[in-house]
Design a protein around this ligand. Sequence first.
Ligand code: ATR
Length: 277
Amino acid sequence: MTDKYAVIGNPIAHSKSPLIHRMFAGQAGQDISYEAVPAPLDGFAATVERLREEGYKGCNVTVPFKLEASNLASYLTPEALEANSANTLTFKDGAIIANNTDGAGLVRDIELNLGVPLQGKRVLLMGAGGAARGVLVPLVFAKVQRLVIANRTLGNAQEMLLHGQRFHEDLPGMEIAAKTYAELRDEQFDVVINATSTGLTDEMLPLPDTIFAPGTLAYDMMYGRETPFMKFAREQGAAIVSDGLGMLVEQAAESFYIWRGVRPDTKPVMAKLREKT
Ligand code: ATR
C-alpha cells in the first residue's frame, strides 16, 4: 500500500518539497505519495489531525507553522527541542514525533556539497528569527571556532546567544558572541550565513565591507534568485557564494531518511532543481 506524506504551510502552492520527495522515492523505489497541503493560519492542528485520521505516515511543516508543530508534538527530538521548532512530523503508534532537520541540512550542504568543513572556522550567522534559531545549535556542534550572531535588534541575538551558550560550554576554545551589524567592523569571517528575511524584500543588510576573509563562503538561506547579500558578497570578493537550494534538498533528505530509513542521493535532485529555476 502507498504510504502517504505531505507538506503543510501557508502559502504552500509553490513548495518544491513534493517534487523533491517524489524524486527521492523514485531513486529508492519507494511506494509513497507526497503532496502540498494548505492550512488556514488558525487551522494547523486541525489539518494535522485530518492527515492522521486519513492514515498519513508523516508530514513536513513550513512557514508559519514550525513553532506550532513543535508545541503540538507528543515527543520532540533534541534537534526540535533546541530549535523550539519542527519541520518534520512522524505519525507513529498514535503519537506525533517532531524533528527539525534544517540545521543538519545547512551543515551538510556547506560541508559536503560546497566542500567547506566548519570545524575551527570563524562563522557569522545573521538573523535571530525562526530561520536562524533552527540552525544555531547544529552550527555549535559542528565545532566552529567562533560563532557571532548578528542582528538588527541586538536583544534578539542576545537571547539566541544565551541558548547557544548552553550547548557550547563543553566545547573548550570555542567562542560565541552577539553583535549589531555596526559592531562587525573589526572582524573577518570564513563563513557568513544570511538567515534574515531580507532576501524576500530585496533589502540589503548594513554590513561593513571588511567582513570577508580570503576564501570566505557567503551563504544565503533563501533560494531561487540572487539576493542583495549574495550580490554584495560577490562584489566584495567572497570565494564561494551560494543560495539555500542545497539546504532545502538536504533538509528534505534528512526527513526522507527519518521516515524511510534510506538516505537519498541529493546531487541529481539539486541538479534537476537548478535546471528548473
Ligand atoms: P524567519 O522565520 O524567516 O527567520 P522572522 O522570525 O520574522 O523570519 O525573522 C526575520 C529576521 O530577519 C530577524 O532576524 C529580523 O531582524 P529583527 O530581529 O531585528 O526583526 C531580520 N530582518 C528582517 N528585515 C530586516 C532588515 N530590513 N534589516 C535587518 N534585518 C532584518
